[in-house]
Design a protein around this ligand. Structure first.
Ligand code: ARG
Length: 581
């Protein structure tokens, strides 16, 4: 059993021996390090359950813990907090274990099959900053879940149905009226579409302006969109080919962000299941203003939840129809235990409607967990949604470029050419991802390029720079012939060293909490605490010229473990660590 588990069990057993039932206990890092490294606060809750003074409970438990050689500094404070510290030999064992297997102390989650719906880009339209959040958070959740032993199937749920189809095609008809899809008399096979992804970037905005100015044009856009919804073979052929071109461009952007999708399915695919959904929903649907809707309200709702529209008044599908269709297909094809959606928090009511409708009709069995993990918006310094200089919607590629210019100047001057370009790209992604994953998931945050790319503070560049420095220290030690790092002994006066050890001990808890809350904030904060503690230790000690060999080897072990933790956690966040910067 790992030393971490041993300790946890010892404390649990002490509670049991004293006659109290507890399932888990949590070591909280103490705010008063003079009292002990950690605090256990569980006696408060027990006091209610057993009708006993929490201090009394704490005293009884502490008496039993005194028999263990792993703890020092045992004492009870305040109304019933147990304070304790760990012995040096405990920490040495912990380091040795982690050097061998970093995650021997991490508990895996009970295995489940999860479908993870994230990304959500819209075909033929540029990705905006909101899509970036979904791509960053979704990918990190995907990696975290896999890391903790889950089976994950990710799906982009491409937005490839809707008005943009009518927009792009109506504009294309004006630019290239002679294409066979616009020729009613055309008989042959339809060719590939003579368009690039750049062309698509032009067509949509152009059409969008035109449709705002002319009612007739808007009508045309609506007609084309409706025909595709009804499955018109000619327009569908054209649109599918346009979606494929657009997908290539979208995939490139997702590649830059290292977002991985096992499935590349979209709303159009989901439409195939419209009839199945309607037959499952049949008994629950009723007409309202021409549309078919389902009631999803509950008597105990504090705020009334309006019915969900399943079929529009013109018979066409809607965003919800497509989500229901894809849920149907996911249930039949994959029988998942859970389905997670990562979108803007503003869609949370919508997902509540979809989930309720799915359970109510039996489309999704009650034991399958449907979960929406929403996120806040990215705002500008004025507190409003982040815009370009001229007030337009900030597109993802533009944001990446903006950050790249800023981080470029932080790279060492002697790094040139392609290498410089690669590092700039890695640093850009690190800057953006760390800033994007740092806030508590549901909160909005202000996009501040110069703050995010700073080499100091809670930033991607700070964590990267420090991690690279750890690695270079380890390499230098090896070059100097010190290779067999080992946890042998700590120095006296070890406060900065001890601070690092206390953080290392928190790794398992951090991962657990991040997973529970589906918030990467825990991991980002932890990376910062661990890295800062390490840097303080690094500044106080001259590791490479230390004369006491066992001290030096222990310090290098400590460095190696912190480096590995950083590297692994950054990988969960989908941030690559370059060799230098
Ligand atoms: N395409 C949508 C948008 O841009 C997001 C899709 C989210 N996923 C889903 N299953 N509805 O807002």
């Amino acid at each position: 059993m790992s030393i971490f588990k041993t300790i946890e069990n010892q404390v649990l057993e002490a509670f049991h021996k004293a006659g109290y039932e507890v399932e888990t206990i949590i070591f909280v890092k103490s705010a008063r390090s003079d009292l002990g490294d950690y605090q256990i606060n569980d006696c408060m809750a027990l006091s209610k359950k057993y009708g006993k003074n929490p201090r009394e409970i704490a005293d009884e438990v502490v008496e039993i813990l005194r028999e263990s050689p792993n703890f020092t500094n045992l004492n009870v404070a305040g109304p019933g907090f147990i304070n304790l510290s760990f012995t040096e030999s405990f920490f040495l064992t912990l380091l040795k274990e982690m050097q061998k297997d970093l995650f021997s102390n991490v508990d895996l989650e009970p295995k489940k099959k999860v479908i993870l719906d994230f990304g959500g880009a819209n075909a033929a339209k540029a990705l905006h900053v909101g899509h970036m959040r979904s791509a960053n958070i979704g990918e990190a959740l995907r990696r975290l879940a896999i890391f903790l032993g889950q089976e994950v199937i990710s799906d982009v749920h491409l937005g490839d149905m809707g008005r943009q189809a009518g927009m792009v095609i109506s504009e294309l008809k004006r630019e290239q009226p002679n294409l066979p899809w616009f020729d009613d008399a055309y008989q042959g096979e339809y060719p590939s579409v003579p368009l690039t992804n750049e062309d698509l970037g032009r067509l949509y905005p152009k059409a969008s302006i035109a449709a705002k100015e002319s009612e007739a044009r808007l009508e045309e856009v609506r007609d084309i969109t409706a025909s595709i919804d009804k499955g018109d073979p000619v327009l569908t052929d054209l649109w599918k080919k346009i979606v494929a071109i657009s997908s290539e461009g979208i995939k490139k952007t997702y590649d830059r962000l290292s977002s991985h999708f096992d499935l590349w399915e979209g709303e159009m695919d989901a439409c195939q299941y419209k009839e199945q959904v309607l037959s499952i929903f049949n008994d629950y649907l009723y007409e309202s203003e021409g549309a078919l809707v389902i009631d999803v309200s509950r008597t105990d709702d504090k705020k009334e939840l309006s019915p969900l529209i399943v079929v529009k008044s013109d018979g066409a599908t809607i965003y919800a129809t497509r989500d229901l269709g894809s849920l149907y297909s996911r249930m039949v094809r994959f029988t998942p235990d859970e389905v997670w959606y990562v979108t803007d928090e503003r869609q949370s009511l919508y997902f509540e409607q979809v989930f309720r409708a799915s359970y109510k009709t039996g489309l999704v069995p009650e034991n399958v967990k449907l979960r929406h993990f929403g996120f806040g918006t990215i705002n500008g310094k004025d507190g409003r949604p982040f815009k370009t200089r001229d007030g337009g919607v900030m597109q993802l590629e533009d944001l990446l470029d903006l950050v790249k210019v800023e981080v470029e100047s932080r790279i060492r001057e002697d790094i040139l050419g392609e290498e410089r370009e690669n590092i700039a790209e890695a640093l850009t992604i690190a800057t953006i991802k760390y800033a994007d994953l740092l806030p508590v998931r549901t909160t909005d945050y202000i996009f501040d390029v110069s703050k995010f790319s700073d080499l100091e503070g809670k930033t991607g560049p700070y964590i990267l720079y420090s991690t690279i420095r750890m690695k270079s220290l380890l390499n230098k030690a090896k070059e100097a012939g010190i290779s067999d790092f080992a946890a042998l002994a700590f120095s006296e006066n070890t406060s900065s060293e001890r601070a690092v050890l206390l953080e290392i001990f928190q790794l398992a808890n951090t991962l657990k909490k991040a997973y529970l809350d589906k918030s990467l904030n825990e991991i980002c904060e932890y990376l910062f605490r661990l890295t800062s503690a390490y840097n303080k230790f690094y500044a106080e000690n001259r590791i490479l010229i230390e004369e006491n060999a066992s001290k030096q080897k222990t310090w290098l072990t400590l460095t190696e473990v912190v480096f590995q933790i950083n590297q692994t956690l950054l990988d969960i966040l989908a941030i690559d660590v370059p060799e230098k910067m």
